[in-house]
Structures are given as C-alpha cells and as structure tokens.
Design a binder for this molecule. Structure first.
Ligand SMILES: Cc1cc2nc3c(=O)[nH]c(=O)nc-3n(C[C@H](O)[C@H](O)[C@H](O)COP(=O)(O)OP(=O)(O)OC[C@H]3O[C@@H](n4cnc5c(N)ncnc54)[C@H](O)[C@@H]3O)c2cc1C
Length: 458
C-alpha cells in the first residue's frame, strides 16, 4: 500500500505528538509512526490498589505560557493539578539528614546545608573572573560551579540537582549544553548573580515574565500524550517499524511494517523525534547513514523508578516537601525520593503515602543490572535512616528505563552540528525532541512546537 502525506513523523513521544497535533490542526495530512505499543515514550501513568504510579516523569515544569494554551486547547484544564504548598520546600541530604534548601538569602545565612566558610565564599561570586568565551564553551558543570561558587556548592546543591534532572554527572555535563540559561548568565552579566538579575529585568521590561511552575493531571502526566493521541486518531500508527528510508528528488519515502503489513509513505517532509541512539539506527539512505555513523554517541544511563507505598504511621518524617535529593558524597543507594502523595492529591489510598524513588543514573552504572528485590531493599535501607521509615512497603512497583535520559556532554555539540548539517542538505528533514532540544518534558513539547512552526509554509 502507498500513501502520500504532507508530513511523516517518526516518534510519538511528547515532541512528535505535539508536532503532529499542531500540523494536523493546520489541516495537514500527516502520519506519526512509533515502534512501541503506546504513545508518549516514558510519560505514562496508571492506577493500582488506590495508588497513582508514574512510570517516568512525575512533574511537568511549564516552560512557557504556550504550554498552558495547548493544555486548554486539548480540553485538559479541568484535569490539571497544581502542586500543593509543600512543593516549595525541597530537601537535600547532608550527613544522612534531609535539610530544606534555603528559599531566600536570609534562610541561606542560617541554613545548616552549607558551612560558614562556604557561605562567605558565595558572597564573592559576583567578583570572580569571567572565563573567556573559548574556554567557557566546553567547560563542565562541575568546573563552572567550583570556579564561581566553590566545591561545597557543587557537592550539596548542584550535584544532587543534576542527579534529579539528568540522573547525570556534573563532571561530564557541559554547562553550555546542559544549563544554557546559567551559561548565559555568566556570559551576559560576568557573574551568575548579575546575569540572573539582568535576565529578570529584561523579562520584566519586555513583559515576557512567566513564573514557571510544576504541574500534573488528576490521572497523572500520561493524560497529556493519551489526549494528544486521541486527537490524532488514525493519524497515529503504533507498533510500526521503519524498514527503509529513501530520499529522491526532494521526496522522502518511508517503508514501514505495521502488524505484518508493508506500507510506503511518501512526503516532502520528514520529522524525526526519537533518541539519538535510535536516530543512528534508522535505515537511512547510505549518504546519510555514513555521516550519522561518524557522529559521537550521547550516553543514556539506566534509571529505575520505584513507587513505594506505606502506611502513614510507618514514616516519621512529615513529608512536607517536593522530595529529597541525595548528593553523591552521601554515598546512598538512591538518587532521591519524591514525596508523590504530598505533592498531588489522590496519589495514595487514605491513611497511606506514596514515595517515588529514583535509582541508577550516570554515577551509579552498576545498578543498571540489579534485581528488583535488591533495588527495593537498598531503597528501604536508605529511607530508614533518611525518613525514619519502619517496616516494609505495602505497595511496590518498579519500572526500569535502560536508556533513560540523554547526557549533554562534550559530544553533544558535534552531534548537533552533524544533525544540523544533514537537515540543511536534505530538504524537508527536521529533527527534534530530547536528543536535540533539551531533556525535560517541557523542552520536548516546545521542540514539537518549534518544528511545527518552522514548517509554517510547507
Ligand atoms: C525515569 C524518567 C523520569 C523523568 N522525569 C521527568 C520529570 O519529572 N520531568 C520532566 O520534565 N522530564 C522528565 N523526564 C524526561 C522526559 O520524560 C523526556 O524529556 C520526554 O519524555 C522526551 O520526549 P521526546 O518526545 O523528546 O522523546 P521520547 O519520549 O524518548 O519519545 C521517543 C519516541 O520514539 C519512539 N521510537 C524510538 N525509536 C523509534 C524508531 N526507530 N521508530 C519509531 N519510533 C521510535 C519511542 O517509542 C518513543 O515513543 C524523565 C524521563 C525518565 C526516563
């Protein structure tokens, strides 16, 4: 069977779904192909025994007011959940105890999270030397932070933050790629503090100030890809395997297998929103595959997400926060624990609590192959000392993501350059999603929008 389309999209994660939805709203005839049996990649939620389990992401940090418009357009405003008041309080583990992250300069002065010496050191940040552009372009997150804020700030603020966001290692993530805003602060203002102030001022002056906040939905984040998929209907093709990609006379042909049936799609536009390792494995025409093969790899460490339910009285800690992150220095088994049932209502049966524990990541590669039982007992061992947990969980579900989150290390620059040069040469090709445009769910939504809008007049 042959089918001619305005655009073919490979990958029905949140980036591909967003691009597909926006293009079909413009009246374009599109098809979205995904090899898996569900839309949304890791964004998937389910209810069991009164708990709401998130398989992957737990919160969407709204990056831009446009995402709220999208949610409203999809009829999901009523489903949207704001985080509870506890979300403002985040804990970092120091000396085996969860310490609240200071929320203001005054709190920082009295916080036990940092030593007196470290606090004095922070005051010098605005006066430290700005690195020349050539050196700064490839500086690691760890080098940047120690240079500007000191070792303790790296160990007890940035290291756990990087674990929470990237499941990554600040020694290898490149600041310019991993945290471009922070990189821009030093470039623009000569210091993080001055740069951040200028940035805020500019936003105020241009009226583009937007207070980013975390949200979810009554039935979890999976609500969003499911609704997008519903809107796409037959334009979304799951369990679909791309067997061959041809490019001839500015026209793409994708031969795919869907439930044993062979279908060829033809289009002038091909959108690819899949992980970098999957991009490398696509059956590209030889001229493209030769170039992609030479591109450097981005590591995707394994991450385990362990949902644990307990009777409220089993935990001494008030769980009055977003969650607790574990710095590598603390030598714990877990990357951190989200206090899921404190953040959003209806996540655990009455009288019970739900914690979502993240394990593995780039700094603990040894945990990738660890058994379910061992992971659970390691997590419980940590939670006993950190939160005063007693007894065993009454509910436990584990999801392992063998290739969870791309790491924006030095390879990221050359990888993106190769992709950009192929896009320039092969008309109608657009790549996006977390392998290109940022690793958070919000960044992938914005990536889908970027692509759909860049194709305004096709
Ligand atoms: C455990 C975990 C926790 C996370 N927590 C958060 C969080 O709390 N907040 C947050 O903002 N972000 C979080 N993230 C990141 C967030 O999930 C991603 O940023 C987002 O899902 C990326 O979307 P995407 O569309 O770019 O790519 P993906 O979600 O990776 O989608 C890619 C799609 O392509 C498909 N595919 C792959 N190869 C092929 C192929 N050859 N042919 C066809 N289809 C293919 C896949 O099946 C998938 O559906 C988390 C991620 C993980 C794994």
């Amino acid at each position: 069977m042959d089918s001619v389309k305005d655009a073919i999209i490979i990958g029905a994660g949140i980036a591909g779904l967003t691009a597909s939805y926006l293009l079909s709203k413009k009246g374009k005839d599109i098809v979205t192909l995904d090899k898996s049996d569900h839309p949304g990649g890791p964004i998937s939620s389910y209810r069991e025994e009164g708990y709401l389990v998130e398989r992957g992401p737990n919160s969407l940090l709204l990056p831009d007011p446009w995402v709220e418009t999208l949610i409203a357009d999809l009829g999901l405003t009523e489903e949207l959940l704001e985080t509870s008041e506890f979300a403002k309080k985040r804990f970092i583990i120091r000396n085996g105890k969860p310490i609240p992250v200071p929320g203001s300069p005054l709190q920082a002065i009295f916080s036990p999270l940092f030593s007196f010496k470290a606090k004095i050191g922070f005051l010098g940040e605005p006066f430290r030397r700005r690195l020349p552009d050539t050196e700064a372009a490839s500086e690691s997150v760890a080098d940047f932070v120690t240079r500007r804020m000191g070792q303790e700030f790296l160990d007890y603020a940035i290291n756990p933050f990087v674990s929470g966001v990237y499941a990554g290692d600040p020694e290898e993530l490149v600041l310019r790629h991993a945290f471009p805003l922070m990189y821009g602060f030093e470039r623009d203002g000569g210091s993080i503090i001055r740069g951040a102030m200028r940035y805020k001022k500019r936003k105020r002056q241009t009226g583009s100030e937007y207070k980013k906040r975390s949200i979810s939905f009554k039935n979890g984040l999976g609500t969003l890809p499911i609704r997008l998929a519903e809107r796409l209907g037959k334009r979304l093709s799951l369990n679909t395997h791309v067997k061959e990609i041809e490019y001839e006379e500015k026209r793409w042909t994708i031969r795919a297998e869907i439930n044993g049936e062979q279908i060829s799609f033809h289009s002038r536009t091909l959108i690819v929103c899949i992980p970098s390792h999957a991009i490398k494995l696509l059956p590209w025409p030889r001229s493209i595959s030769e170039r992609i093969e030479k591109s450097p790899d981005l590591p995707y460490p394994a991450v385990h997400s362990l949902a644990l339910g307990f009777k409220r009285e089993q935990i001494q800690h008030p769980l009055d926060g977003f969650g607790a992150l574990a710095p590598t220095k603390e030598r714990l088994n877990i990357l951190g624990a989200l206090f899921s049932s404190s953040l959003y209502p209806d996540r655990a049966p009455k009288g019970n609590v739900l914690l979502t524990v993240m394990m593995g990541g780039r700094q603990r590669p040894g945990l990738a192959q660890t058994s379910r039982e061992s992971l659970e007992s390691m997590a419980i061992e940590d939670l006993r000392t950190l939160l005063g947990l007693e007894g065993k969980p009454t509910f436990s579900r584990l999801v392992t993501w063998p290739k969870a989150i791309p790491q924006y290390i030095r390879n990221f620059g050359p990888w993106k350059e190769i992709i950009n040069s192929i896009e320039e040469e092969y008309e109608g090709l657009e790549c996006g999603g977390s392998a290109i445009d940022g690793i958070a769910m919000g960044a992938s939504i914005m990536s889908g929008r970027r692509i759909a809008e860049s194709l305004e007049n096709f």
